[in-house]
Design a protein around this ligand. Sequence first.
Ligand code: SAH
Ligand code: SF4
Ligand code: F3S
Length: 442
Amino acid sequence: MKSFYIETFGCQMNVHDSEKVIGTLMQRGYNQVETADHADLVLFNTCSIRDKAEQKVFNRLQHHKKGGAKQVVGLLGCVAQQEGEKVFERAPHVSLVVGSASYTKLPELLVRIEQGERRVTGLSLDTDETFETPLTRRDNPFRAFLTIIEGCDKSCAYCVVPYTRGPERSRTLASVLDEVKKLVDTGYTEITLLGQNVNSYRDPSATQANFAQLLAAVGQVPGIRRVRFTTSHPRDFTKDIIDAIDDVPTLCNHIHLPVQSGSTRILEAMQRQYSIDQYMQRIEWMKNARRKMAITTDLIVGFPGETEAEFQETLNLMDVVGYDGIFSFKYSPRPNTPALHMVDAVPEEEKGRRLLRLVEHQRTILIRNNAAYVGSVEEVHVEYFNNATGQWVGKSMQHKTVNFTHPEGPSARLEGTYLDVLVTRSGVASLVGEAMEEAVAV
Ligand code: SAH
Ligand code: SF4
Ligand code: F3S
């Protein structure tokens, strides 16, 4: 039996792609091992969203000592697609380079590798297929990822994704629902729907269901208790998504809506296709939802030409929205993107200062937001017992981390269950509380 080792970098889409790649390999008789040393096949599933992410991949590749002459080393994911055949020059020990738009061809590419071919690539972006596998090796026993749409048709000026993942293509509603049902049968109760822009989902079959309709359908599959989704794009975010969340209690009241900047001028330069007024319209819908919504976002500081005043607009927006979480990044110039040639670069040190101010600002917002939960009861989907703190750890419906005590401590065996927790304290990163009742078996 052949063995393989895989290491994954990057976003949740990549993590889930790896789960499907692992399933594909297992179906071909490969056996997964925990270290690269003696594996027959070593795969790196890579990310190139920022320069640092790409450097990390090449450092890792350089440090990987080939385990024997017969070991095959392969590069998957966004760096593979971006660098293509050039990878063979930069890292001569690599013999397989495959972008995510070619994973459907993996079985045939593997055959060629097994037959001893030295340089095999899968780099076409010209596809309308989605990567669906008979076997998927899911890592998390409680929460399952499920990709509903691949690729991206936007062209944000700073972003590599359209070039690394290709054009948008949606899975059929029937195939999504079929997989959700199978997941329920194997014990999953929480699903995270994935896509670079889930809001532009459109069933390619006759139903032509849109994202809100898909969401409602997934949320109503018997046995499903929580549905999350990421990522939304403000331009394509429609009111019917909020209506679906209002109507279907299993749809989580948390929305990740990346804004990138609080300045309409910068948004235009970024080619984001919405203004702050339009973004705020979406936020209004959320604020008027039946349940209180948690809202999170992504922010980029130091985009070319960003002035201090425009950066201030981002800080102001953070106050107005009151985000429950942010992912913030220093702008990183990327190959092939329009922003690469923009002038007026913000100096690296200034980017660093803005990032720090942003993070500090978010701390104060989070302290305020989280304090409002003290005294409330949150349903927690429990993940594990933290021996260091003596607390159980899980997530609320709004995706807040909740640490809580239970009279039986670790012997309560709460993993994977849902239970109500009374919130007694709050911090920047989490809520703290006490279990209210016996765990509900699932
Ligand atoms: N499709 C999603 C996520 C894209 S990547 C979306 O549109 O929101 C995740 C985040 O990385 C982006 O939201 C953006 O904030 C950040 N990002 C992308 N390219 C970047 C770059 N060149 N420099 C810095 N941050 C970047
Ligand atoms: Fe990148 Fe924009 Fe597509 Fe998101 S929507 S993946 S930021 S191009
Ligand atoms: Fe990275 Fe590709 Fe995801 S660039 S963030 S792995 S889409």
